[in-house]
Design a protein around this ligand. Structure first.
Ligand code: HEM
Length: 455
């Protein structure tokens, strides 16, 4: 006979009447999460009337990621994301996901990366060439522009957009994402009201929708694809054997939503990985010296790194991985249970919101000794205490794992290596650099002076 023991869930301390933990989640969410690393498996928190369960254990977190049928996309983060970008690969429920993923995955297979990497190297080269000796830069702004250009430069390369339309598109993406997190921790009615009364937001949404629709229409009107991401996706659509007939076809509207999904899911996340890496390197002379030694050896003339250089830049890759451990761009995500279920020793009823936090898991001292220290060598293959695979969740895991994971590592490696081969990044003195937890984790106010290392 099997005896089931179920344990009642503890509520995190500090809940205020009516609003619960909303203030802690708005004011200093990372501090709040750090205060919960002592909980072994699950803890209940309160956001106004909502009572989500936060997963603190890496194995349980992996279980939730892996069982996307029981723990489907839902909860405040995805409810808001659907308001913003509609139903597509990132936001769709489990029963629609397989179709989207099968139609889009071929654009992210290894044979495409050399082409994407050369578009990325072109954009990184353009950026580092535009900088001048002694110039002060806001690192995150530069990395956001770079991320948006790398995304648009790999998604649609055929001069579909004028330079002005590209600039509008980047600023619309930034505006739509700004404030997205705040709207997830305030009551839904207020969040909708805030969106409806934000004129600039409405304008950005309209223009972005129109731009995505324009891109799809102009790609449909062309004869042959040019090997960019969108034309690969479209060629799969047009090949009945690959797309299994018209039932699998993505409509023009669905394709436009795919573009929105990639731009909105990819821009800020992609900007923050190299921005955090540069920030951490600037604070660690030892790691910085090792990185410079590596890039000077691989890129002796300060040329932009290419696809094949990646295997010769192992320390650079470890720096980026460690930056994403310390500051995972997606620091929290959510699910909703579709049926009564169990998680560890707890029974979880249908309709429960489950929160997963890569940040919390990455800061557990029992998995990552001395979790606040920047130690790229944690990821050294020979390292006897290398963290278990399930304990690194920067890209999620399971069927809903980030489709852009390799894309992002490629871009970040090319960006960090090329920038550091060419320029010294010296933080400006007396800055109040803040970790800002918005839709993604950002190094706000990180400004640096550039000194040329090579022409
Ligand atoms: C460093 C950069 C990035 C990070 C840290 C990141 C992180 C993540 C995470 C954690 C998820 C899973 C979310 C969940 O399970 O709730 C995810 C999903 C996703 N990401 Fe990324 N992402 C990055 C870059 C990108 C890029 C560049 C793109 C587009 C090319 C992209 C497109 C997507 C999409 C479409 C999904 C949904 C996948 C699915 O449900 O099948 N991401 N990302």
């Amino acid at each position: 006979m099997r005896i089931e023991t179920h344990t009642a869930l503890t509520t995190a301390p500090g809940a205020l009447p009516l609003i619960g933990h909303s203030v802690s989640l708005l004011r200093d969410p990372l501090r709040f999460l750090n205060s919960l690393t002592g909980y072994s498996d699950l803890v209940r928190i309160r956001i106004g009337p909502l009572k989500p369960v936060l997963v603190c254990d890496p194995e349980l977190s992996h279980q939730v990621f892996a069982d996307d049928r029981t723990f489907d996309k839902g909860g405040p983060l995805y409810d808001r994301a659907r308001d913003i970008m509609g139903n597509s690969l990132l936001t769709c429920p489990h029963n629609q996901h397989r179709r989207f993923r099968r139609l889009l995955q071929p654009a992210f297979t290894p044979q495409n990366y050399p082409r994407y990497a050369s578009a990325m190297a072109h954009e990184v080269g353009r950026l580092v060439d535009s900088w001048s000796e002694g110039q002060a830069i806001t690192v995150l702004d530069e990395m956001t522009t770079l991320a948006a250009r790398c995304l648009t430069g790999t998604l649609f390369t055929d001069n579909t957009l004028s330079p002005e339309a590209q600039a509008d598109l980047i600023s619309d993406v930034k505006h739509i994402l700004a404030g997205a997190y705040v709207r997830t921790v305030i009551p839904p009615q207020l969040a909708r009201l805030a969106l409806l009364s934000d004129h600039r937001y409405q304008q950005a949404r309209k223009r972005l929708d129109a731009t995505a629709a324009h891109i799809v229409r102009s790609y449909r009107a062309r004869d042959a694809g040019s090997g960019d991401l969108l034309s690969i996706i479209m060629s799969i659509q047009d090949n009945p054997t690959l797309s299994e007939g018209n039932a699998q076809h993505l409509s023009n509207d669905e394709l436009a939503k795919v573009i929105l999904n990639f731009l909105l899911a990819g821009t800020e996340t992609l900007a923050n990985a190299p921005a955090w890496s540069l920030y951490l390197l600037a604070r660690s002379p030892q790691a910085s010296k090792r990185l410079h030694d590596e890039v000077d050896h691989v890129l002796p003339n300060g040329q932009a790194a290419g696809y094949d250089d990646q295997t010769r830049l192992p320390f650079t890759a470890r720096v980026i991985t460690e930056a994403m451990r310390l500051y995972p761009p997606v620091w929290i995500t959510s699910r909703r249970t579709t049926t009564d279920t169990h998680l560890g020793r707890h029974s979880i009823p249908q309709g429960t919101i489950v929160l997963l936090s890569p940040y919390l898991i990455h800061h557990r001292p029992d998995i990552y000794p001395n979790p606040e220290s920047f130690d790229p060598d944690r990821w050294e293959n020979q390292q006897p205490h290398k963290p278990p695979r399930n304990a690194f969740a920067a890209f999620g895991s399971g069927a809903r794992k980030c489709i852009g994971d390799t894309f992002s590592m490629t871009e970040s490696t090319i960006a960090v290596a090329t920038i550091c081969a060419r320029w010294h990044i010296e933080p400006l003195p007396d800055q109040n650099i803040r970790v800002t937890a918005q839709a993604v984790l950002q190094p706000k106010n990180f400004q640096a002076r550039l000194t040329r290392r090579r022409a």
